[in-house]
Design a protein around this ligand. Structure first.
Ligand SMILES: Cc1cc2nc3c(=O)[nH]c(=O)nc-3n(C[C@H](O)[C@H](O)[C@H](O)COP(=O)(O)OP(=O)(O)OC[C@H]3O[C@@H](n4cnc5c(N)ncnc54)[C@H](O)[C@@H]3O)c2cc1C
Length: 409
């Protein structure tokens, strides 16, 4: 690729903005066009359910880069512009405003959209989803003493919203279909920590409970009806039942898509001139030996450097382990690796679950660490990453003993 060539990036979230940055960092001097449907400069979403949601940090703190940065780096950033067509044969992207942009290489970074609630009444006003700055603003406006929020879904987003709402004095009820929140991600042994945390902070946690309907009055949501028939009044409803990758353009263009856009180890799609990064990339992970689509901040942050290098002719592969973090009340956690419910043999805990200060390790039957979560314990991720990457069996008793330094394991 030389200075006469053009790279187009579709999607102005973290992954799109980081791709633009990586192309310049890797020395690409050609045209970089970043097509971004939202009206804002690219921003990070984690604050939308944390500091920005509680009003503790301004929106600008969430920006990936300032407007000046895009100018300096000569990135043609087109905010408020949606790509609506992709012609991989002609190497052209069609925009909603009728314009067409030619590319030599294309990067898809279209992210995810919240899964919609499939019950009667769900389209009423006052039913909120959380993805954008506007969503976060709207949800914040439902908070306050004397108000009641019903959160549908006890996943990461639902629980972070619950914590933010409780912090603002809102009464909160969380409705979760499974018998524990986060149990699919963490398994029951650790999910119970989060159930206890929210109960201790005054959340009315309704587990093994589904929703019959959203109750409405004049087109406005006023509560929910649970599967047992009970009705709960609400001033606002927040739905956090997962996200769906935005693969419409890729599918219409005939790229291989199966729960995300299929990409190889270098994040290249089934079309050699098209790459995909972030939430939409279903990646053939060389270190894990399996496909994986990671809907987390770290993948959107780190995949772009590899995709940009590969697109410019390098042989880089993305080998980072999945990583994410969450903050709820005074609990901060990080999780590294991959070991969902049903895939591990045992859990070893270093520290005290009840004190909410510990590191939990998910082990397979050969005592190899598959994943770990540090809760209110900091600066251990690099050492844990080493242990997971090492792949050798570990003595569970020494692993559980805080007196044994990680380096000696
Ligand atoms: C509220 C919230 C809190 C989160 N908190 C955490 C956290 O604490 N820790 C963590 O690890 N992860 C967290 N995540 C997940 C993390 O934010 C995502 O994994 C990350 O945003 C993915 O980045 P992305 O760039 O791939 O996609 P997105 O951030 O979704 O960005 C995609 C962008 O592309 C645009 N777009 C889509 N289609 C088109 C088109 N056709 N034309 C032009 N533009 C288009 C979209 O409008 C969007 O702006 C959170 C997510 C949310 C929503």
């Amino acid at each position: 690729m030389d200075g006469t060539q053009q790279v187009v990036i579709i999607g102005g979230g973290l992954a799109g903005a980081k791709t633009a940055e990586a192309l310049r960092d890797h020395g690409f001097t050609g045209t970089v066009t970043l097509i971004a449907a939202e009206a804002h400069l690219p921003y990070e979403r984690p604050p939308m359910s944390k500091s920005f949601l509680i009003g503790a940090s301004p929106f600008d703190d969430a920006l990936v880069h300032t407007a000046e940065w895009y100018r300096e780096k000569e990135i043609d950033l087109r905010t408020g512009t949606r790509a609506i067509a992709l012609d991989t044969g002609r190497h052209r992207v069609g925009l909603e405003d009728g314009d067409e942009v030619a590319y030599d290489k294309l990067v898809l970074a279209t992210g995810s959209t919240p899964r919609r609630l499939p019950v009667p009444g769900a389209e009423a006003s006052g039913v909120h989803y959380l993805r954008t700055r506007e969503d976060s603003d709207a949800i914040r406006s439902t908070f306050g003493p004397g108000r009641r929020l019903v959160v549908i879904g006890g996943g990461w987003i639902g629980l972070e919203v619950a914590a933010a709402a409780r912090g603002a004095g809102t009464e909160v009820c969380v409705v979760e279909a499974a018998d524990l929140p986060l149990s699919a991600a963490l398994g029951p042994e650790l999910a119970v920590v989060f159930a206890d945390l929210h109960r201790a902070n005054g959340v009315d946690l309704r587990l093994s409970t589904r929703l019959n309907a959203v109750l409405t009055d004049g087109g406005r949501a006023v509560g929910v009806e649970l599967d047992g028939g009970e009705r709960i009044d609400a001033d606002g409803i927040v739905v956090g039942i997962g996200a769906v990758p935005q693969t419409g353009l890729a599918e219409a263009a005939g790229l291989a898509v199966d729960d995300g856009v299929l990409v190889d180890a270098s994040l290249r799609t089934s079309d050699p001139d098209v790459y995909a990064v972030g939430d939409i990339a279903n990646h053939d992970h060389p270190a894990l030996g399996r496909r994986m689509r990671v809907e987390h901040w770290a993948a959107a942050l780190n995949q772009p450097s590899v995709a940009a290098a590969a697109l410019l002719g390098g042989a880089e592969r993305y080998t980072e382990l999945p990583y994410f973090y969450s903050d709820q009340y005074d609990l901060g956690m990080e999780y590294i690796g991959h070991s969902p419910e049903g895939s591990y043999d045992r859990i070893v805990v270093r520290g005290a679950l009840a004190a909410q200060k510990f590191v939990a390790f998910w082990l397979d039957r050969d005592n190899r660490i598959k994943a770990a979560m540090n809760v209110n314990v900091w600066d251990v991720v690099d050492q844990i990453k080493h242990l997971i990457g090492d792949g050798r069996p570990i003595d569970p008793e020494r692993l559980a003993d805080p007196g044994v330094p990680y380096a000696e394991l």
